[in-house]
Design a protein around this ligand. Structure first.
Ligand code: NDP
Length: 258
């Protein structure tokens, strides 16, 4: 594939259809907006259907093509139906961001509730598998495409009191590399993004000293923004990243450098 470096921000995704899981909030919403701003038709797939509809109303008000679908990434049938909705609505699928995720409660491994483990892994790891399981056959039909899986800085670092989240996010990195190997020759690029702590509704219950502690982990001296994550993911989805396959890219304010 040749790379057209003259593509502009406003047109780099023109003619592409993109699906964003968890696309109604935080990082997913910023990605939905960024892809729409680049000309993509965007399917906002979210557990929270009302928020997905609101996000779509915001996108279409800017002239973008967008549609909302309720999707529960823990349920393969729901993911299959959501991918089918994208193809039925816009005719194909070229780009996917597997972003839906939850934090889970804080507790050490020896006390972590089994049901919490199952819920976090079902959402943050199995959810990414289910998504790719149904997206990849559609990308193959269009001759290729690109997938970004949202992992975390905790896809490479440990973090006390978050065993399920950390294990799931490490798993996303391995799953990303494996799918990338399997489909690189068929023109599908699969990459992962590892954000540091980002100021989104996911951190809604983190304030005071706990928030200050999270900020202190980032040499940049602040939490990241959803838009900063979306920009890296957008690059990886674009043809500008045409030789980037199977890698894990951090956007973490320097967290991992220390
Ligand atoms: P948000 O909570 O703002 O957004 C996550 C979205 O995913 C919500 O709309 C949520 O819906 C949706 N969602 C949750 N469960 C499911 C499900 N089973 N099926 C479909 N959609 C679902 O979180 P962020 O934007 O912060 O997180 C996005 C991703 O980024 C996650 O994978 C997260 O782990 C990752 N990440 C976040 C970081 C951060 O510090 N914020 C740092 C590193 C990675 P609802 O609101 O109804 O639950």
């Amino acid at each position: 594939m040749s790379t057209d470096l003259t593509l502009s921000y406003a047109t780099e995704f023109t003619g592409k259809v993109a699906l964003v899981t968890g696309g109604a909030s935080g990082i997913g919403l910023a990605l939905s907006k960024r892809l729409a701003a680049g000309g993509a038709a965007v399917v906002v797939a979210d557990y929270d259907e009302e928020s997905a509809r609101k996000a779509v109303a915001e996108l279409t008000a800017t002239g973008a093509r967008a549609a909302a679908v309720r999707m529960d990434v823990t349920d393969p049938a729901s993911v299959d139906a959501g991918v089918r909705f994208a193809v039925d609505t816009f005719g194909a699928l070229h780009l996917a961001v597997n972003n839906a995720g939850i934090g889970g409660p804080a507790a050490p491994t020896g006390e972590y509730a089994v049901e919490d483990w199952n819920r976090v892994v079902a959402t943050n790891l199995s959810g990414v598998f289910h998504s790719m399981r149904y997206e990849i056959p559609e990308l193959l039909k269009t001759g290729g495409g690109a997938i970004v899986n949202i992992s975390s800085i905790l896809g490479t670092n440990g973090f006390a009191q978050s065993p399920a989240y950390v294990a799931a996010k490490h798993g996303v990195v391995g799953l990303t590399k494996t799918a990338a190997l399997e489909y690189a020759a068929q023109n599908i690029r699969v990459n992962a993004v590892g954000p540091g702590f980002i100021d989104t509704p996911l951190l809604r219950n983190t304030d005071g000293p706990a928030r200050d502690h999270l900020i202190s982990l980032h040499p940049a001296g602040r939490l990241g923004t959803s838009e900063e994550v979306a920009e890296l993911a957008a690059f990886l989805l674009s043809d500008r990243a045409s030789f980037v396959h199977g890698s894990y890219h951090l956007v973490d304010g320097g967290y991992s450098a220390s």
